[in-house]
Design a protein around this ligand. Structure first.
Ligand code: GLC
Length: 557
């Protein structure tokens, strides 16, 4: 049921799709994807059922960190197009009912940003305090995020005569958000892009820039760092009431609650659930659903307006940093045993289908899980067709290869010579010859069609985005049976993470034989016995979505 005061909380039931313009579609044939190419594919994304695009950084950049090192927060990388092209793409998306959000990088700039150039040139520069400087690096240093490339988060700058803080590459000096002038700049940047038509931001590296409020000895006008997040949210809300902040916060669930603003829900609107994602891989490796179930149950209670974003992988390494060392090793052994499949000692550089040896049953089961877990699903481009990775690209770039549109040269991504492409195309069994949109659009049994069905059903079931989550008792460790209940609607999903077919007995509190469980992904229904129990058959790696239907139900099934 639609309730009027819930309909503007669009993010609760959104389907988010992350893409990098640079690797999506090259329309002018120069080897780099562009905004005109993106505009050409908005209808494709619309027919997949996507409701919100997340654009990875499209700002001018020397590209040390794939665009996350920005030289102009107001600019558009000229290789991708112009502001005009961006506005056209946003307008086209909006016309099809899709919102667009983009990365907001508050934590740092590029070292080539004019602010940093000026800051390092002189201690009296008005921009000196935009960054964090020290004569001597502190003794208790945090570890660098990219330990294969950096051995400290402080680098001495000859010109400046001081060390500066950088949690990521040395080419990404951290901004000093304790400085009110920096906070003003960030607010202006947000205001600018909201006026250009964005519906919010994916906020990069949130805990890192909040920590900076505690690092600098300078003027800190916030009594505590979370007040800054609250200020960002309320500023955004004043400009565009239903805009969202989707935060990257890879921390334990209890800590994430603080980044939502507790149960007040006045900080980040949404956060990725890194904990459930990591436990899901442990569950897949063990063929045991319990780690995933307990991760989901350990989510703290949030405001009803806050939302968890669920995902199978993002554009970075598939981080397993919140698993124990032994657990991480189990996942490495199962899904990425070779050194070139691992990075930073904590993550995998592979996409899901190759990790599962291309087994279509398991791949579909994982995406069925993704779309039936409580929260808002986020897809990374190419997941809908089962793209693989190119390990030769190295590190995180292995999963940022060009989108595979056709079986033709460069996977239909570009007409340029392969040597000029923004990244190497996937080779081998997952190359465009075998995995591409064009072929899958014509094949009703394709992964693309299956994903479209999942997305449609997810959108039909607002209880998945809104509902109360419960794990249902049943006897098998390999099985996750869960329900999401909201208003009078209830969806039950049952997933078998193991290879053996199973008959799963479920006892459904509050149900009697007047209810029927109707399959939403295939034809079929299951009767509920007088005592409220039902038996669900599952193939090996099988899954079912069951709508609890009462005789007077008027929902479309
Ligand atoms: C985030 C991004 C990652 C980037 C880093 C520094 O973690 O997801 O891609 O390298 O921030 O901006």
């Amino acid at each position: 049921m639609r309730v009027s005061d819930t309909s503007d909380l669009w993010w609760k039931t959104a389907v988010v799709y992350c893409l990098d313009v640079e690797t999506f579609l090259d329309w002018n044939g120069d080897g780099t994807g562009d905004l005109q190419g993106l505009a050409q594919r908005i209808d494709y994304l619309n027919s997949l059922g996507v409701t919100c695009l997340w654009l990875m950084p499209f700002y001018p950049t020397p590209d040390r960190d794939d665009g996350y090192d920005i030289t102009d927060f107001y600019g558009v990388d000229s290789r991708l197009g112009t502001h005009g092209d961006l506005v056209e793409a946003i307008r086209t998306a909006k016309d099809r009912g899709m919102r667009v959000i983009a990365d907001l990088v508050v934590n740092h700039t590029s070292h080539r940003h004019p602010w940093f150039r000026s800051a390092r040139a002189s201690r009296s520069s008005p921009y000196r305090d935009y960054y964090v400087w020290r004569d001597e690096p502190p003794a208790d240093q945090t570890a660098p995020t990219f330990p294969d490339q950096e051995d400290s988060v402080w680098t001495y700058d000859e010109r400046a005569g001081q060390h500066y803080l950088h949690r990521f590459y040395r080419q990404q000096p951290d901004l000093n958000v304790a400085n009110p002038a920096v906070r003003n700049e960030i607010a202006k940047v947000m205001g600018f892009w909201l006026e250009m038509g964005l519906s919010g931001f994916r906020v990069d590296a949130v805990p890192f820039f909040l920590e900076t409020l505690g690092v600098d000895g300078g003027e800190v006008s916030f009594p505590e760092p979370h007040e800054y997040l609250r200020a960002l949210r309320s500023f955004m809300g004043r400009r565009v009431g239903d805009a969202v902040l989707l935060g990257e916060v890879n921390l334990p669930h209890e800590e994430q609650l603080k980044f939502f603003g507790g149960t007040d829900g006045d900080e980040l609107t949404m956060q990725f659930d890194f904990i459930a994602m990591q436990q899901m891989y442990l569950s897949l490796a063990r063929r045991d659903a319990r780690p995933l179930a307990s991760a989901l149950l350990s989510r703290p209670t949030t405001s009803p307006d806050s939302q968890w974003a669920t995902f199978v992988r993002n554009h970075d390494e598939l981080t397993l940093d919140k698993l124990s060392e032994a657990e991480r090793q189990e996942v490495f052994d199962a899904f990425g045993p070779e050194p070139e499949m691992q990075v930073y000692g904590r993550g995998l550089t592979r996409r899901l289908p190759p990790m599962l040896n291309g087994d279509p049953r398991r791949i579909r089961m994982v995406y069925s899980l993704l779309f039936s877990l409580p929260g808002t699903p986020v897809l990374f481009y190419g997941e809908e067709i089962g793209m693989g990775e190119n390990l030769a690209a190295g590190g995180r770039l292995a999963v940022r290869t060009p989108m595979q549109w056709t079986a033709q040269k460069n996977g239909g991504f570009s007409t340029a010579a392969p040597s000029r492409l923004a990244g190497p195309v996937v080779e081998g069994g997952f190359s465009p010859e075998h995995v591409n949109v064009d072929a899958q659009r014509r094949d009703p049994d394709s992964l693309l069609h299956f994903m479209t069905l999942l997305i449609r059903r997810y959108r039909d079931c607002p209880e998945l985005g809104w509902g109360r989550f419960a794990v249902l008792e049943q006897p098998y460790d390999a099985v996750l049976a869960h329900s999401c209940t909201w208003d009078s609607a209830c969806l039950i999903a049952v997933h078998n993470l193991g290879p053996e077919p199973l008959t799963v007995p479920l006892t459904l509190a509050g149900l009697d034989s007047s209810a029927t469980l109707v399959d939403l992904l295939c034809h079929g229904s299951t009767a509920v016995a007088q005592n409220g129990s039902a038996e669900i058959m599952l193939e090996g790696y099988g899954f079912r979505w069951l709508r609890v239907v009462h005789p007077d139900d008027r929902r479309l099934l």
